[in-house]
Design a binder for this molecule. Sequence first.
Ligand code: CP
Ligand code: NVA
Length: 316
Amino acid sequence: MVRHFTDLFDLSPDSARELIGRALTLKRKFEAGERPDYLARRTLGLFFEKPSLRTRVSFEAAIAQLGGSAVFLRAKDVGMGVRESVADFARIISQYVDALAVRTFAQTTIEELARHASIPIVNALSDAAHPCQALADVMTIQETLGRLEGVKLVFVGDGNNVARSLAMTSALLGLEFVLAAPSEYEFPTHFRERYQARFPGIPLTVVHDPREAVDGADVVYTDVWASMGQEHEAEERNAAFTPFQVSEDLLQAAGRDAIFFHCLPARRGEEVTSDVLDGPRSRVIAQAANRLHFQKALLIWLMLDEWPAQQGGEKG
Ligand code: CP
Ligand code: NVA
């Protein structure tokens, strides 16, 4: 059966832990100058309907460093759903590449691709989820704090794709997740219902006061207030989210050892101040760096039947 990575509802805690452990091992190898060609002559397709820096380049570099190559497909050139149906596109692309990373608007597009493709489909961000980001972030937390269980991760901002994937990753790996958001920008009901069905007994906590939310936080995380595709809502969102800006003052309320995360790109002076983003608690560059290592582990897991024997193991 083909393995996909379309969302986190189907990922087991063991697989999540294994991916993070393998990613940490691959990172150590990379830092020691080793670039084993575990995916020699494999090809990764990337189909993107939205802009990207980190995701595109880290996937292209990941497959290249593993001995394979990438083909980048800009949505408007390919015309999926316009020149031909999504199903036809999925069946054809499956003849040429070994896996396809997709950045799109509707989560249903990714699911439709997965239904018709005979290769792994990877969610490289949709309006509903950003699973590669969340898993790489948890890898960064493991690396920085040396633990995951019981870590308090507070996401201050919109209950968006990144927040939802972080909430699920936290539930999978034993972190305590809190969303601090204005009431009109909490998680949507359909997500809450699916989350509760998947993780019965693990609360999906939402707090409306950001200072109260960050109390005792180990990690304070934020993201833009208007995601790609929501630019026309920016004005009303800015008004609602202004009290949720992550500033030095808010970070003080989190406690002395709290670290700061942002998936980037950031809008300085909106969801985060420059002194926080560039300050000593910020781990945003490490987060971006770990996208490369996590996605290497992910591509190996999706493209090979077994982990390469010489890779060894490491617990996440
Ligand atoms: N964090 C992230 O996914 O960045 P890009 O949009 O640049 O890929
Ligand atoms: N929530 C943001 C994340 C960008 C990486 C967006 O979807 O635009």
